[in-house]
Design a binder for this molecule. Structure first.
Ligand code: IMP
Ligand code: MG
Length: 171
């Protein structure tokens, strides 16, 4: 296990993203921030605390990965939002953008519910791996094509509680 992005760098970057989000939504109504469970939960908790603009919190569960390191290519809604998003500005918060299959699907289903706008914040982005286009507005860090864990990200549900984003090396 090797540290790729330290907790300190994550914290500093989140402050920058939150400042941009505050500026972008200035004068608008509450921002409806949607956490994509479970991987985004730590990023989400830190990001919403750094945002000054009024927010509403909700959670959605999506699964596309089995227990392996590669996507099954099949996306499943495992938990829906609790409330209607019609007419709201939506910010989807995701841990990592990889093939893009998950977010592409999520944007499609949320778009049908007639929000005022949808933007995406992703802590990590692996641009080389993209298979589906995803319009991502706020990216924490672009990373190379390596499997990472920690700060919410898992390998077969392990390592989510690490404070740093680490590369899981083959043993
Ligand atoms: P996509 O649908 O291929 O873009 O995959 C996005 C989802 O795959 C993320 O929400 C993660 O749960 C998972 N994922 C992709 N790459 C990694 C990784 O390097 N480590 C842990 N999970 C990953
Ligand atoms: Mg995941």
């Amino acid at each position: 296990m090797r540290v790729l992005i330290s907790a300190g760098r994550i914290e500093a970057r989140i402050a920058e993203l939150a400042a941009r989000i505050d500026a972008d939504y200035e004068g608008s109504g509450p921002l409806y921030v949607v956490c994509v469970l479970k991987g985004a939960v730590l990023f989400y908790a830190d990001l919403v605390r750094a945002i000054r603009h009024p927010v509403r919190l909700d959670f959605i569960g999506i699964s596309s990965y089995g227990r392996g390191k590669t996507s099954s290519g099949e996306v499943k809604l495992t938990k829906d939002l609790d409330t209607s998003i019609e007419g709201f500005d939506i910010l989807i918060v995701e841990d990592i953008l990889d093939s893009g299959i998950t977010l592409n699907y999520l944007v499609q289903i949320l778009q049908q519910r007639k929000p005022k706008s949808i933007r995406i914040a992703a802590l990590l982005d692996k641009p080389e791996r993209r298979k589906r286009p995803v319009p991502v507005d706020y990216v924490g860090f672009q990373i190379p094509d390596e499997f990472v864990v920690g700060y919410g990200l898992d390998y077969a549900e392990d390592y989510r509680q690490l404070r740093d984003v680490c590369v899981l090396e083959e043993s």
